[in-house]
Design a protein around this ligand. Structure first.
Ligand code: GLP
Length: 241
């Protein structure tokens, strides 16, 4: 893994957006894997600036999101569909046929997982995957203990993950119990991975990632086995490294 240390969240967002834009400039039909959560928000704002300045053309990209809550309508204010519409798809004027998220409201979720995997494969696979890091080391919604050979699947969210995401909801009871997520192998099949980590809340997880063992008990550790991973981390997250 290559580590790029930066001063703060803003520097991280600028650097990450530049790397995504460079990828798209070099390969206009790139397939991008995208993430939600607080981590990539700044990156998406920077990508909008790049787009508004006419410095990158996103009209030929294809996108796949990592995950979506299960049992939630797509237009729910806290769905990842809604997040992506507001923060990426509308700002970059992406067309519906360019973008993909798992459908957490599908009647048959197992079938939805299979469909999603097939769709990714049909595009030739993901060129660059953006990732955030869960406080317990999760990537996407792959919780500790998930097999490194997992593909897109339905997960039961851990209480700690529901608590970490409760800040976006009125109460913890409203946070869904399940989600659909790309599996760990779906993620590591990406040709390049960009992991973004900032803030004190993530420093234990980052330390364990950088200095710990490769272990299914800590999903992000799988990234150490991948040949093209860049970690961009800020000073607060790197405090004890
Ligand atoms: C969430 C998402 C992950 C995300 C992570 C970190 O549960 N499913 O994809 O990377 O947790 O979230 P945040 O960036 O808000 O800290």
């Amino acid at each position: 893994m290559k580590l790029i240390p930066v001063t703060d969240r803003e520097a991280l967002s600028i650097r990450a957006a530049e790397m995504v834009a460079e990828k798209v400039q070099e390969q206009p039909d790139s397939v991008l894997g995208l993430a939600t959560g607080g981590t990539p928000e700044g990156t998406y704002q920077q990508l909008k600036k790049i787009y508004d300045h006419g410095e990158a053309d996103f009209s030929r990209i294809t996108t796949f999101n990592l995950d979506e809550y299960a049992g939630m309508p797509k237009d729910h204010p806290q769905s990842y569909h809604t997040y992506m519409q507001h923060k990426v798809f509308q700002p970059l004027q992406l067309k519906p046929e360019q973008v993909h998220l798992p459908d957490g409201s599908a009647a048959d979720l197992e079938q939805e997982c299979t469909r999603y995997e097939k769709r990714i494969a049909e595009t030739g696979g993901i060129d660059m995957q953006l990732l955030g890091l869960g406080e317990n080391g999760h990537i996407g919604f792959n919780e500790p203990g998930t097999s490194f050979s997992s593909r897109t699947h339905v997960v039961q969210l851990k209480p700690s993950t529901r608590e970490a995401n409760a800040r976006y909801f009125d109460s913890i009871e409203e946070v869904p119990q399940q989600a659909v997520t790309m599996g760990i192998e779906t993620i590591t099949d990406s040709r390049a991975i960009l992991l973004l980590v900032f803030g004190r809340r993530k420093k234990e997880a980052l330390l364990r990632l950088l200095e710990g063992e490769v272990d299914e008990g800590f999903p992000a550790s799988v990234l150490k086995k991948h040949s093209n991973v860049t970690v961009i981390a800020d000073e607060e997250a790197l405090t004890d490294v």
